[in-house]
Design a protein around this ligand. Structure first.
Ligand SMILES: [Zn+2]
Ligand SMILES: [Zn+2]
Length: 225
């Protein structure tokens, strides 16, 4: 299962009025993988082996379950449980019980969909840095954006060297955008709090009304449904 990077999607989502364009991109990437997992790709041997080895996190289980093809989900979960059952053999000593506890802990933290989505997102982080170096117009788009959620901002910083000889400028620009926009939502949040003081009861709330859900997006990323 491969993923082709779409620079058109980057341009499109950076122009959306939102708190994190990377969250918008990730939503598209995630939907594409969910679709593939509920359709043909799931019959590929390679994918089936990976589902058995890694399973799904609870978020992705719920996302798969909330869509149409329940049989496909059931078949894949069955494959995963077959693997997990191998971990549940009888334990005859405390040390082997602890070993099993560690193995179960590890097994509950893996997810094939998280891995696929993350692999694709890394390509986007690198491509965005490269676009900064190569496309003058993209610089303007970036500077006009409303910043990122903290996770995606950290990832952009992590892959900033892909902006090549402009890497230092790139870091400066995204840091400025992030700081300015976190402060913007912070001010809205302050306004929201101030509004609860009876002396400000008649003040217009404006953007502050949505300050909490927008700060949620900045701190934790876009809410997934
Ligand atoms: Zn984000
Ligand atoms: Zn997952």
């Amino acid at each position: 299962m491969g993923y082709h990077i779409d620079t058109g999607l980057i341009h499109e989502k950076f122009k959306v009025d939102c708190e994190c364009p990377l969250c918008e991109i990730q939503k598209v990437v995630e939907e594409q993988f969910l679709y593939e997992f509920l359709n043909d790709a799931v019959m590929e041997d390679n994918t089936r082996i990976k589902v058995g080895q890694l399973g799904f996190c609870s978020k992705h289980f719920d996302m798969l379950f909330s869509r149409q093809n329940k049989l496909s989900v059931a078949l894949q979960i069955g494959t995963r449980v077959d693997q997990l059952e191998k971990l549940l053999s009888d334990k005859k000593s405390v040390s082997s019980a602890i070993k099993q506890a560690n193995a179960l802990d590890k097994a509950s933290k893996t997810c094939v969909l998280c891995d696929y989505v993350e692999d694709s997102m890394v390509k986007y982080y690198k491509t965005i840095a490269q676009m900064f170096e190569r496309e003058r117009e993209f610089y303007k788009t970036l500077i006009k954006s409303k910043g990122f959620c903290l996770h995606h901002y950290a990832e952009l910083l992590r892959y900033s060297r892909y902006a090549g000889f402009l890497a230092k400028d790139y870091v400066g620009v995204i840091a400025g955008v992030e700081k300015r926009n976190l402060e913007r939502v912070r001010q809205d949040l302050k306004k929201f709090c101030d509004k609860h003081d009876y002396r400000n009861a008649l003040e217009p709330l404006g953007n502050a009304e949505t300050a909490l859900p927008r700060m949620r997006e900045k701190l934790y990323g876009k809410k997934i449904d």
